[in-house]
Design a protein around this ligand. Structure first.
Ligand code: NAD
Length: 261
């Protein structure tokens, strides 16, 4: 039997990268997936392709820096299916590669809005439905960078560390009403985000990433998606307040080698 049969899942940043892989895997496992993104063309196309493959999927425009957009995405899922079982707060942006004192206030506020306030809004609008039905699974996308240091990424790491702290707090607060809240910390994953960083930063970045991971490679979005399916499923029924590292061992044995960059 499919592991998420009959569940409704909302996934932000689902048009590409890790969110796309999570949506694909959750739909394959029987969930009705509601895809939120700002890339409307790619998002609509993805939802159409999923439906053509016999899955249940809807695309809704959702800029996660706008609380009203997140409310609208969650609303459409509940209006169409009558419930909300899984929320994946996945969308985020990478602004970094500069020392913290060279970051502008605009860059800081943009990063916090997209990577952190979005998680607050996702939970704020999902929780009333989950509390009423006395069940739910929230998965917040954190990062290996919430665990270890890397020059140039203070704001990004700060937001991801806060996402993990919020995850623990909400797990404690909503455990008594059967809502589980967990996060995932990926290592370096083969996504458009990193393709852009390789272009922007250049040098030996791609080779350094491979060396930093004890498994000797970067990860694939589908490998993060399988962790999300697990955390959303009944198999993880006693798992809450945890951060699941899907990082090829990156944070177990940091191998950051600046001279390779
Ligand atoms: N790729 C990695 O190596 C890596 C590592 C650790 C953590 N993460 C985290 O995983 C998540 C996904 O990263 P990714 O690599 O797939 O990113 P990505 O840039 O490849 O894809 C992100 C998706 O989010 C969408 N998006 C961007 N801004 C948005 C906004 N304001 N509102 C809604 N959607 C928006 C994009 O259109 C895109 O579809 C993020 O939370 C990221 O911080 C990624």
């Amino acid at each position: 039997m499919a592991r998420l049969e009959g569940k409704t899942a909302v996934i932000t940043g689902a048009a590409d990268g890790i969110g796309h892989a999570i949506a694909e895997a959750m739909a394959r496992e029987g969930a009705h997936v509601f895809l939120g993104d700002i890339a409307d063309g790619a998002g609509e196309e993805f939802a159409t392709a999923l439906r053509a493959a016999g899955r249940q999927a809807d695309y809704v425009h959702c800029d996660v820096s706008q609380g009203a957009d997140i409310a609208g995405l969650i609303d459409s899922a509940v209006k169409k299916t009558g419930h909300l079982d899984i929320l994946v707060n996945n969308a985020a942006i990478a602004i970094g590669g500069m020392p913290v004192h060279e970051m502008t206030d605009e860059q800081w506020h943009r990063l916090i809005a997209v990577n952190l306030t979005s998680v607050f809004h996702g939970c704020k609008y999902a929780l009333p439905h989950m509390i009423a039905q006395k069940s739910g699974s929230i998965i917040n996308m954190a990062s290996a960078q919430g665990h270890i240091g890397l020059d140039g990424w203070t704001a990004y790491a700060g937001a991801k560390g806060a996402v993990m702290a919020m995850t623990r707090q909400m797990a404690v607060e909503f455990g008594p009403v059967n809502i589980r809240v967990n996060s995932i910390s990926p290592g370096t994953i083969n996504t458009p985000m990193n393709d852009r960083l390789i272009k922007e930063i250049g040098g030996n970045l791609a080779k350094a990433w491979v060396k930093m991971h004890p498994l000797g490679r970067i990860g694939e979005p589908s490998e993060v998606a399988e962790a999300a399916v697990y955390l959303a499923s009944d198999a993880a029924g006693f798992t809450t307040g945890t951060d699941l590292r899907v990082d090829g061992g990156l944070t177990a044995a940091p191998r950051y080698v600046p001279e390779l960059l």
